[in-house]
Each structure stands twice: as structure tokens, then as C-alpha cells.
Design a protein around this ligand. Sequence first.
Ligand code: E4P
Length: 223
Amino acid sequence: MEIFIDSANMTEIKKWLDTGIIDGVTTNPSVMLKDGVYDIEKGARQIAALIKPRPLSVEVTTNDLDEMLAQARRFASWANNIAIKIPQENQDGIPCYGVMHQLESEGIRVNATAALSFGQVVLAAKAGATYISIFSGRVGDEGGNAAEVIANSVDWLERWDFKSKIIVGSIRAVADILQAALAGAHIVTIPPQFLGKMADHQYTRQTVRQFIEDAQKALEKMK
Ligand code: E4P
């Protein structure tokens, strides 16, 4: 399983990249706004350069399908490790699978984003998306069973030998990460605060404290 970081914060991305556990980065317009990245091109170029050859997902910011295509081509030209997030449908309910299919046929990697159901995953895979992002937290918001959607999606993709990889995002707790991992997610994209929480256990800290104190006591006895 790969781990991506769901952030546009360069300091956090670099910090976690240096640990060796990060295989890629995802962003969206809300993540960029929250992290103070207002110039998408500048921010995306910086992150892509920092993490290359690992992939960076950058999302289109328009509701118009022709503009999505044009934006996607422009965003993809900024660096060769940029994948373009295209939603399953626009805000008016028009499916965006044709946009995904066209971009993939041009060699532009697509992250089919905001998937909330197994049916959407099936369609995005058929359209040829490299990545399909299931929004675990938002599936749960609607009373859905995210683990079931993830497991069904991964099983179905593997049964029919599709190349698409499932990214699980919309992480709201460490438990969501573990649930996605056990459900077979190919990738989980994790906001930095949950990477810190996932690494921490109070009894680990206490254990390390005890070992250091005993090592110091041993040194004292040697004097
Ligand atoms: C990841 O690719 C998504 O953009 C992100 O995890 C969405 O999370 P949210 O549901 O908290 O907005």
C-alpha cells in the first residue's frame, strides 16, 4: 500500500517526505486555500519539483467540461509528475468520464476524484482513470459504509484486471486510515496531522522514557 500526503503545505510535505514514507501528494482547491496556496501554478510547480518523480494530484477548478480539458492540459504541462483530478460529475450532475477518457488518451494521468459510490468507481475505471479517489469521510457522512465501498472497488478492479488504483481520501481520523488499509486500498492519502497521530502512542513514549532513564542509571553506576 502506498501513502500519499493530502496537503499543499511545503513544510509538512518536506518533513514527511524525509521520513521515507510518502509516495505522492494530493491537493484540491480547498486544501490549497487552507494551506495558503493561492497561486495554483506556483504552488503546484514547487510541490511537483520537491517530490518528483512521485505524483502530485492537482484538481481542475471549473464546472465546464471543455474548460476542464483545457485546464488539465495546462496544469499537466507544468511538470511531468502532475496527475489531474477530474470529478466524477460536475456540480450540475453532468458526468465527466469523457474528459477523463480524453486526457488519458493524450497521456495525461487522471485522478477521478470525489467518488462516493462503487458505481462511480466502475465508470471511472472504464474511462481509463489512473487513480480513483474514494472519499471515505464523505461516504460516512451520508451514512454509507466506506470500508465496503473500498473493498468492493479493489476486488472488482483486480477481478477484471483494470489498471486504476484506489486512493482513499477524506480522512477524518486515524481509524479511517486503518480501515482503508484493511479494506485493501492501494493508496491512502493522509492529512499531515493524522500522520503525526498515527505515529504516536503514549505507552511507546513511556517505554522510551523508561529505557533512557535506565540507561542513565547504568551510566551512573559505572562512575
Ligand atoms: C483527497 O484527495 C481529497 O481531496 C480530500 O481528502 C478530501 O477530503 P475532505 O472530504 O476532508 O474534503
